[in-house]
Design a protein. Structure first.
Length: 71
């Protein structure tokens, strides 16, 4: 991943987590789970030679689902 793209992803994650103040706990967990899943999926996609974008989409969807389902 290029340095500019990496910085953009980090900035987007930080901004999305800053918007959590008006959400209930389930929504906060879904958002943070999605952000963590997207970052992890992008990293796995980049390391394994796959597409970081595809990894981020799959990881983000899975993370959001798991975050919303946990108590």
């Amino acid at each position: 991943m290029t340095h500019l793209l990496r910085c953009s992803v980090i900035a987007a994650l930080a901004l999305s987590l800053a918007a959590c103040s008006g959400m209930n706990r389930t929504q906060q967990r879904a958002l943070s789970g999605g952000a963590i899943g997207a970052a992890g999926g992008a990293a796995v996609g980049a390391v394994t030679g796959g597409s970081p974008l595809t990894g981020a989409l799959i990881g983000g969807a899975g993370g959001a689902a798991l975050g919303a389902l946990t108590r």
